[in-house]
Design a protein. Structure first.
Ligand SMILES: [Zn+2]
Length: 376
């Protein structure tokens, strides 16, 4: 397979771009990919999203009643952390069948695999339903790049199915939970600590709010596969000094949602429970994603992956959120799978690596999935 050497070389090349987010600086990496795709016959568009930052959309074929298949991935990476690495995080070093580097699993190997697959198949795609690649910046900070892309009408084009190549060790996941993070603030009136009757204590207001949050139950039914959403108060800050009546308290709320829930509805419910004295501010708003495991295309991807996994995939969901939260509704909710060669447990870890064998297998599988969709 010529693709084996190509996908490894491309992934190594992508690892050498420092796209740590913040600040991201994904544009150089996006342009490198875009140049390769353009040479292979893709129509390539860059969508800037900040200084030195860009999303990339590449399409081939697509003049067809059947919409293209979309492969998506992000090229930003998380910071290295404080612990020292035993490998250079930007060198693309290989050792005993593993490729090391920040982003090797999450998710430059996934991007490398679908770009290599898309280039290999390009000569056969021109008069088919086509392939559309959506390569985003800023995913690690709440899908910023993908949401930015949606502000340009028509930028993402059409898609009839979506593969999100986040790390799943080549296991196709049918969805993931949503994340909804809120900052709740109470505001009081400060006064000297010896005369509390002259002030309004924001910490007392905040404490009441925390008690209500502890007792809060979602009114929506649990999802058949993903269960019920969760709510956790992760932080509580109030007061500046011991001898004053505090005039502000802040509560950090981490809500994880399932497909029976909509974030706007949860916000309304929380506002009703917390009352008008608690101000809510959204920090992160990424809805859940779910596709019917019995969908024909989902089953066809299960067929493709079965020999690689040695077992028939079952309907499972990922623990993290992805750009599909932005893209799936924008494309009109086509079936969507999270499927990529990275190791999920290596994401964001020190000495992050991916398994070379899985990267090569994923490239072959992506070619098969594209070929099946495009009947090429
Ligand atoms: Zn990721």
């Amino acid at each position: 397979m010529p693709e084996a050497a190509e996908v490894i070389a491309l992934t190594q090349r992508l690892l050498r771009f420092d796209t740590i987010n913040p600040p991201g600086q994904e544009e150089a990496c996006a342009r490198h990919i875009g140049t390769l795709l353009e040479a292979a016959g893709y129509r390539v568009r860059y969508h800037p999203c900040g200084e030195g930052r860009a999303n990339l959309i590449a399409t081939i074929g697509g003049q067809h009643e059947r919409a293209p298949i979309c492969f998506t991935g992000h090229i930003d990476i998380v910071p290295l952390g404080v612990a020292a690495w035993s490998k250079d995080p930007f060198a693309g070093e290989t050792d005993q069948g593993r490729l090391y580097g920040r982003g090797s699993s999450d998710m430059k190997s996934g991007v490398g695999a679908f770009v290599t697959a898309a280039i290999a198949l390009a000569p056969h795609l021109e008069r088919t339903a086509g392939v559309s690649l959506v390569i985003t910046a800023g995913e690690e900070t709440g899908c910023m790049g993908a949401f930015e892309l949606l502000k340009t009408p028509g930028a993402i084009g059409r898609a009839g199915a979506i593969v999100v190549a986040e790390p799943t060790a080549n296991y196709p996941y049918v969805g993931h939970r949503g994340a909804y993070w809120l900052n709740a603030t109470t505001t009081g009136v400060t006064a000297h600590g010896s005369m509390p009757e002259r002030g309004i204590n924001a910490v007392y207001q905040g404490a009441h709010a925390v008690t209500r949050l502890e007792q809060f139950r979602f009114s929506t039914p649990p999802h058949a596969m993903m269960g019920q959403g969760t709510l956790n108060v992760g932080t509580f800050h109030g007061g500046l000094n011991i001898n004053s009546v505090p005039d502000q308290a802040r509560i950090g709320i981490d809500i994880r949602t399932v497909p029976t829930q909509k974030h706007a509805h949860i916000r309304d419910e929380l506002c009703a429970v917390l009352g008008p004295d608690v101000h809510l501010e959204t920090l992160l708003d990424v809805e859940s994603v779910y596709s019917d495991p019995d969908d024909e295309w989902v089953q066809s991807v299960f067929d493709v992956m079965q020999p690689y996994l040695g077992t028939r995939p079952e309907a499972r969901t990922a623990t993290y959120f992805t750009d599909a939260a932005a893209l799936k509704p924008a494309y009109g909710n086509p079936p969507t799978l999270i499927l990529g060669p990275g190791e999920p447990q290596m994401a964001h870890q020190t000495d992050e690596y991916c398994e070379l064998e899985r990267v090569v297998q994923s490239t072959d599988a992506f070619i098969e999935i594209m070929r099946h969709w495009c009947k090429a």
